[in-house]
Write a protein that binds this ligand. Structure first.
Ligand code: NAD
Ligand code: GLY
Length: 372
């Protein structure tokens, strides 16, 4: 297993921070935030769905800790992750006369975390920021590592900043209310850590993945901690994605193309696209004689056991065109010197960055995977 499961911390010199994982951590969030970010005024940003259940306990804990705060509630969903909403949030915070010692608190999934972190990075050129992720995807991926941002008319996550939080508080108990589809989509990112560089964790998931999804508290907390430890280790090594951090994009080159085709909406959730993309990346690796087919069979069996999607959905009126998907890949942030970057694998736990993949091989693979 990568890293320790206790006292999790992302090590980035004077920007290091704790990642507090456990059932019930929301109740003591106020004190933890005060300890990590100081006694300045706070702005909580959340969405309507999350606010209905989790805003009151957070507000109670902020009051108990003696922190003054204001709350901003946004509509749920990807549609909020844009310039107009950031402008609104930034101006609302500026209306309340923030200081550099003020703190923005993101209470929600990846949408709220990405947007709030970006707003915090530009208000007064950077105020404190705390992540309280409430989806599995946000707990194991988006809340850790400091990627913040919004979507623009040119594409997803194309405006943003690397901006680290002061603290991450992942209360695994809040996952009880997460719809099953969102939970399974987030689980794809958990599996990703096993597939990229930790076959031992993948073994553990084979034994315990169903328990994680079915709400076993201990298994859930272990999976979230192990995922955060894996991500923290990678980000500590390569904060700005010049090297090993690119491995975290396993399945994402394919996944982003699938998402772009479906308009980044409910037809295909980010985690679902990543799940399908990881299978495609493994298949491409096998085509290139890099990955044993037996490893792919093993991964497919785990997908089947946990309900992860392996193939693109067959929606009505949706035709998947390999050439169009490859065009989407060309617009990805990860294109370098005009070349599409792929993360391939020599087997489970053995991922690597490949910058010289022949797009003809990719097109043939897509033809098999999505062609009519
Ligand atoms: P999301 O934030 O849209 O949340 C999904 C849905 O679940 C929303 O409707 C939300 O209201 C609801 N919800 C949240 N917590 C809940 C709870 N505990 N109980 C019930 N409902 C709850 O989606 P997401 O999957 O968390 O995040 C997706 C976003 O994350 C995308 O915009 C993606 O680009 C971004 N992302 C960022 C990074 C990063 O490193 N910054 C990594 C991966 C994904
Ligand atoms: N989600 C990929 C990364 O944080 O680098």
């Amino acid at each position: 297993m990568t890293g320790s499961n206790d006292g999790l911390r992302l090590d980035l010199g004077d920007r290091s921070y704790d990642i507090a994982v456990g059932d019930g951590t929301l109740k003591s969030a106020g004190t933890a935030i005060r300890n990590a970010a100081g006694p300045g005024k706070c702005w909580v940003v959340t969405d309507e769905t999350v606010a209905a259940t989790y805003l009151a306990p957070l507000e109670d804990s902020l009051r108990e800790a003696g922190l003054a705060f204001q709350t901003i509630v946004l509509p749920p969903g990807e549609g909020s992750k844009n310039f107009a909403t950031v402008e609104n949030v930034v101006n609302t915070v500026l209306d309340g006369a923030p200081e550099r010692s003020s703190t923005m608190i993101a209470l929600g999934g990846g949408v709220i975390g990405d947007l709030t972190g970006f707003a915090a990075s530009i208000i007064l050129r950077g105020i404190n920021f705390v992540q309280i992720p409430t989806t599995l995807l946000a707990q194991v991926d988006s809340s850790v590592g400091g990627k913040t941002g919004i979507n623009t008319r040119h594409g997803k996550n194309l405006a943003g900043a690397f901006y680290q939080p002061k603290l991450v508080i992942a209360d695994t108990g809040v996952l009880d209310t997460l719809p099953r589809r969102e939970l399974v989509a987030g689980y794809a990112e958990v599996v990703k850590y096993g597939l990229i560089r930790d076959v031992g964790f993948f073994d553990w998931l084979e034994q315990n993945g169903a328990a994680v999804l079915d709400g076993d508290g201990e298994a859930r907390a272990y999976a979230v901690r192990a995922s955060c430890a894996a991500k923290a280790a990678v980000v500590a090594e390569d904060e700005r994605e010049n090297g090993v951090r690119a491995l975290l994009n396993f399945g994402h080159t394919f996944g982003h193309a699938l998402e772009a085709e479906t308009g980044f909406g409910a037809e295909l959730l980010h985690g679902e696209a990543v799940a399908i993309g990881m299978i495609m990346a493994l298949e491409l690796s096998a085509t290139l004689d890099l990955c044993p087919v037996a490893d792919i069979d093993r991964v497919r069996q785990h997908y089947a056991a946990t309900g992860l999607p392996m193939t693109v959905p067959k929606a009505q009126n949706r035709r998947w065109e390999p050439a169009t998907l490859i065009r989407h890949m060309g617009h990805d942030k990860k294109v370098q010197d005009g070349k599409v970057t792929f993360i391939l694998a020599r087997g489970i736990g053995k991922a690597f960055v490949a910058r010289d993949v022949d797009l003809g091989d990719v097109e043939r693979l897509l033809d098999d995977a999505v062609g009519a």
